[in-house]
Design a protein around this ligand. Sequence first.
Ligand SMILES: Nc1ncnc2c1ncn2[C@@H]1O[C@H](COP(=O)(O)OP(=O)(O)OP(=O)(O)O)[C@@H](O)[C@H]1O
Ligand SMILES: [Mg+2]
Length: 441
Amino acid sequence: MKPNVLLIEDNAATRFGFVRYFAKDGYDVCEASNLAEAAIAMTTRRFDIVILDINLPDGNGIDFIETVKANDPFIPIIIITGEGDIPLAVEAMKRGADNFLTKPVDNAALAEFMRKTLEIGDMKQRQSSRKRLEKTDAFFIGETSAMREIHDLAKAAGNGDIPVLITGETGTGKGMLAKWIHQQGARAANECVEVNCSGLRGEMLSREIFGNVRGAFTSADQDRKGLLDIANRGTLFLDEIGDMGLDVQAQFLKVLEDKSYRRLGDVKLLRSDFRLICATHHDLDSLLNSGKFRQDLMYRINMMTLHIPPLRERMEDLPALVSHLLRALGSDISVLSDDIMKLLCDYSWPGNIRELKNVLERALLLTPRGTIIRQALFANLAVARPPLQQKNRGTVQEVEEAHIRDVLEKHGGNIELAAKNLHISRATLYRRLKRMNFLAD
Ligand SMILES: Nc1ncnc2c1ncn2[C@@H]1O[C@H](COP(=O)(O)OP(=O)(O)OP(=O)(O)O)[C@@H](O)[C@H]1O
Ligand SMILES: [Mg+2]
């Protein structure tokens, strides 16, 4: 069967050249000139590979990676970037793209890339089904005192019923810890119901949480249970609670105070006996100060706060964590060479354990079984700088660079957010990062 390609590119001439070349090469190409068209195409067909331009008329291709992956987590994505956009490509790889090429694209090189990327996609699918059978996604604790303390508190929390708030940067394992706490406790036999508050807003979120009766709103053609019903005797895990809108916060506060709630459109009071776990990657003080989060709700949810430190602050655990993740990824090798470990130790891991896991997964996919893992597969980590150990009080330029690094790390390596926070344009930030050798040329 012909592989189905989704080509997302706004330049009609580039698309034309691509289609002519690849149709002849045995591919079935569907063209989209912007993200909206691509989103529609994805609802009507299954694709084997996506070729994605970064600058598109209705948005940024990098932000679209998440949408593509939500639709099909294993679909290979090749990014096409303009010259000089390598930092963007690095960002794209961090967000899950498999490969990138710079413009002007040489079709023969792209054909070779597509062949290899499709192979990786196949391997991922096979590995994933194997992984599902093995079920080795265990929570790694480690030996640092901060993590041992989290472990002890989490164990105690598992047995009790008080609300737990988990904080930490993206990828530190907040979601995993929440499920672990649920599994440790007496409620493990019942559901752990998860809702991501950043994905749903306003009425959509309250509908999900509270449920509704028939006729509560125009499209409500039947009674629907809310997540609170389903979490009865189990756990309700509100992920990214910092993104919950103020209107829903007010409704939810009432549930916590009265221990009862109503479905939308209903007069009957219902009860649900659930244990609450919340998580957020936001800095809570700034959320409270900016008025985006209610103080009274905060008191209710943070009776026990577990802060997971970023990976760069617990590097002693790195060797054991690497072995744990390699085994979880189904590898028969559980130790890496000293040279590779040095590269891993010198990197600051803005994406934390998630990023480490992705880096290891990519290396495993590119290493045939029975052969050793090559150091070259980790080479791009060497361009990033280790974390700052102390505040730099050097020249203006040094202080500026240290500040940029801090802000970038605080935003998990997200260039767009960092630029916003620094009040400079993305282009300026890229130039600075290049000057700092933070990004490859
Ligand atoms: N302690 C851990 N042990 C094993 N794997 C972990 C651990 N922490 C994180 N991971 C892995 O890292 C990935 C990210 O974890 P998780 O989704 O829990 O992070 P998060 O803190 O909720 O991130 P985000 O803020 O982006 O939602 C998962 O794939 C998980 O398997
Ligand atoms: Mg999470």
